[in-house]
Design a protein around this ligand. Structure first.
Ligand code: MN
Ligand code: MN
Length: 328
């Protein structure tokens, strides 16, 4: 495994370079990239890139999401090349590659936001990448990622999976935190206020104004308490109705899952989705005009037996499958 060029890999259509061949190189051997995909330098170029953003200076409670990208990659070693739930080889029909991590400043949120926006922008414009899947990191990173996506696609609808609204104004006077990215994005005009939706919201708020503010910022709420009577088909329908054919950015805060399914996160709330429900809903993204996505708030210091890391790896796999199947 010392020479990446000599590593046996699964290949796809038209010379696509896929994951390391697990029948010839054991899954636990070698450096972890997402799903053992090639690095972007090994692939030469990529249609879809995975970008790690190991930043957690924006958290309001338990830190640790800076270790998220590495943990998700380590937890993704068992992903296999064919997705039978939707009938696609996600790494065989488009060149998918791991773009590594952004070297973010842990002492300056403003500096980190600029660096993340620059790195995402460089991939989307300079490197010819069409779609980005970012691995956080805390939810602060959604703002610079949305700015980079907006520069290419204009205002995008946001489907935001989270226990929390993340449209609060400030914490301790700070405007850029993991609880504020979607208020800032709405104020900046980079999201389409007619097409945004939160899914999985639950738990106590500061007051009723949290919800009226949120609505004015352009979001509708599909709370976790509705999951039981709507079921996954009802959730999928509600999302499709809100989003329509707009370009969509999907942001998955892993705390949308119940702490039973994702203990390794910074601000857990009881009563969340099961991983089966979340994965089923994400599969429907193949019918949306998906232009970018992130998976955030995976905090390995609170994880056990890779439970949260494995959930996040499968979330990434379904999002990449949706990108592979999506219309361009
Ligand atoms: Mn969040
Ligand atoms: Mn959250």
């Amino acid at each position: 495994m010392t020479d990446p060029e000599a590593t046996p890999r699964i290949t796809g259509e038209g010379g696509i370079i896929g994951p390391v061949d697990a029948s010839r190189v054991p899954r636990w051997v070698g450096e972890a990239t997402f799903a053992r995909l090639p690095r972007i330098s090994e692939a030469g170029q990529a249609d879809v890139a995975i970008l790690g953003v190991p930043f957690d200076t924006g958290v309001s409670y338990r830190p640790g999401a800076r270790f998220g990208p590495g943990h998700i990659r380590e937890s993704s070693r068992l992903l296999r090349p064919y997705n039978p739930a939707v009938g696609v080889h996600p790494f065989g029909v488009r060149q998918v590659a791991d773009a590594g991590d952004v070297a973010v400043n842990p002492f300056s949120i403003a500096d980190a936001i600029a660096t993340i926006q620059g790195a995402a922008g460089e991939l989307l414009t300079g490197a010819g990448v069409k779609r980005l899947l970012a691995l956080g990191g805390d939810h602060t990173i959604a703002l610079p990622l949305l700015r980079a996506v907006h520069a290419v696609h204009g205002p995008v609808a946001v489907v935001h999976f989270d226990a929390h609204l993340d449209t609060w104004d400030t914490y301790f006077g700070a405007a850029y935190t993991h609880g504020t990215p979607f208020r800032r994005a709405s104020e900046e005009g980079i999201i389409d206020k007619t097409g945004c939706l939160h899914v999985g919201i639950r738990g106590p708020l500061y007051g009723e104004a949290d919800l009226t503010d949120d609505s004015a910022l352009g979001f509708r709420v599909l709370p976790a308490t509705d999951v039981e009577h709507l079921g996954t088909p009802g959730m999928i329908e509600a999302i499709a109705r809100r989003v329509g054919d707009r370009p969509v950015y999907v942001s998955v805060d892993i705390d949308v899952l119940d702490p039973a399914f994702a203990p390794g996160t910074g601000t857990p709330e009881a009563g969340g989705l099961t991983s089966r429900e979340l994965l089923a809903v994400l599969r429907s993204c193949k019918d949306l005009n998906l232009v970018g996505a992130d998976i955030v708030e995976v905090a390995p210091p609170y994880d056990h037996a890779q439970v949260t890391g494995i959930a996040a790896a499968h979330v990434g796999y379904e999002l990449l499958s949706a990108l592979a199947l999506g219309k361009r």
